[in-house]
Write a new protein. Structure first.
Length: 254
């Protein structure tokens, strides 16, 4: 039986995939406004893409905004993410700067995204330090150029699991419809044969949309949808995504 992860009463890894909505803004006021909208929405959890934030390197400002976000997001877990330039984000700092920021954020967020394959990063040690703060770690990897072979996708997910990440996650870019099948096949094999915890996978862009709604069938526990600005290619609008998931969930139960 796969180990589930429960945060703020939300259980990840059981039943219908949980929907995460991103907050992608530069200014504090816009971030807090988006959080208010997200709290009222049908989303299950919220990802703050802090790499877009203009005050990211101000540690006092970081502490305050995390406190403000938690006051707003009373019912939804907060996932803190600094996406690096190497994996499609805005952050261009060093591994040391990255580590210091995510360790600081672990004192205020419910979940932290860690790019496990970042150069010069001791991911295993960083994950352990974050988990000491009773914070859930999403180990992540993003390939915006291609879809690796099935065996490589599984290898990366297994490595994330071995480093101690509570939820391994991989996102890849399809060049053909066959690439989407590769991702889905890897997801099913990882879930069935190797995973002892929830996993998250997705194929990006329009070609990969099916992967964002089929998680309950193949084994992916979280999907990402947008209320306003998407944080990655192929994200569906939140309400449409919710309807699609409920249709599949209903059919699966029958």
């Amino acid at each position: 039986m796969k180990r589930e992860v429960t945060i703020k009463g939300l259980t990840i890894g059981k039943g219908i995939p949980k929907i995460c909505v991103p907050i992608v803004s530069e200014k504090t006021e816009d971030i807090l406004t988006a959080a208010i909208e997200a709290e009222k929405s049908v989303a299950d959890l919220v990802e703050w893409r802090a790499d877009f934030w203009e005050e990211l390197k101000d540690k006092q400002a970081l502490e305050k905004i995390l406190c403000d976000l938690q006051q707003i997001l009373k019912t939804k877990p907060l996932l803190f993410t600094i996406r690096t330039n190497a994996e499609g984000g805005e952050f261009q700092g060093t591994a040391k700067e990255y580590s210091e920021l995510v360790k600081k954020a672990a004192k205020g967020a419910d979940m932290i995204d860690i790019e496990v394959f970042m150069k010069e990063l001791n991911a295993k040690e960083l994950i352990w330090e974050i988990q000491k703060e009773e914070c859930v770690v999403v180990g992540s990897n993003h390939d915006f150029h291609k879809t690796p072979e099935k065996e490589e996708i599984i290898r990366r997910l297994c490595f994330m699991q071995q480093t101690g990440a509570d939820i391994p996650k991989i996102a890849v870019m399809p060049e053909t419809p066959k690439d989407v099948l590769t991702l889905l096949s890897a997801t099913e094999e990882m879930f069935s044969l190797h995973a002892d915890r929830p996993i998250v996978t997705m194929s990006m862009a329009g070609t990969g949309v099916i992967s964002r709604i089929s998680g309950e069938i193949f084994g992916s526990a979280i999907t990402f949808g947008s209320i306003s600005k998407a944080s990655a290619p192929g994200q569906l609008e939140l309400k449409e995504l919710r309807k699609a998931l409920e249709i599949i969930h209903g059919d699966k139960e029958n």
